[in-house]
Design a protein around this ligand. Sequence first.
Ligand code: SF4
Ligand SMILES: [Zn+2]
Length: 321
Amino acid sequence: MMRIPRPVTRQEVEQSRPARFSVDPYQPVGWLIEEEYSRNRRVEKTAVVFLANRECPLRCVMCDLWKQTLVGRTPAGAVVAQLEGVLPELRAATQIKLYNHGNFFDPLAVPMADRRAIAQRMEGFHTVIVENHPRFCGPGCAEFRSWLPEATQLEVAMGLEVANDLWLRWLHKQMTVADFCQAAQWLVRQGIFVRAFVLLGLPGTEAAESLHWALRSVREAFRAGADVVSIIPLRSGNGILDRLADEGWRWPSRLVLLETALFLALQEKQGRVFADLWQVENWEACPECRSRRLENLCYMNSTQQPSEPVACRCSTPITIP
Ligand code: SF4
Ligand SMILES: [Zn+2]
């Protein structure tokens, strides 16, 4: 029997928020070069630009991306200016993530008038990856793709989160599993690759149940046409999740769970699967196994080979009932 936490209102999500960071619309929030196992079956340098832009209009319960966004609409030309400032530093990379903490095809986030200029600056990257909610998928995605250099592919990353409509409603995701699948299939028909984000660690669940939903969601994403799936461990710190945790709606947060989820998902050989290691320092493991678990996760991310979770006296293996 599924146990979903008490309902949360949009107002409660907003009122629970801690302060946001101050963001300059003409400077990216950050940028880096990371390594990622690519569609070309090798580890490639991947640029990540965290674009400053207006926050997503949705209020998902698990979201903390709003912290580094603008409250009002993004000024015209600002995103192009941000890119011009950092692209010279990123030319060693072969693919690029333009992550805007929201929806790239939301015209108030990335103004439509700027899209062609952004696309034209993507020369030299074989893939451009942007984030978007299924509700913002439409002709604008295909148009942006048509403006990219000939050798550059577009990949749209969308949060499926959990392949269950009751959970999606509780999360305020404003979509159903079918909406996600339709958007993914439509993108694939346009020649656009799809990346899916899947949540690990649902409030109020035990480890086995979280694992069950994560694996089921990974399968659903691949069935819908995703080329790659990233498993995102739930992060505290957005206000509402901390309030729920204080009320007893905690979630499993041991590294062995993330390791097991990645191991089992890779064993199914459906496509590339990553464990997102952003802020993973908040996930628990004992001093004896912590670094070995992190090494194992990095090994699986960079080779796409399933590797058994590290055995340690601090944790028993997690199995799905
Ligand atoms: S759709 Fe994405 S960016 Fe928008 S609130 Fe939900 S999780 Fe955050
Ligand atoms: Zn241990």
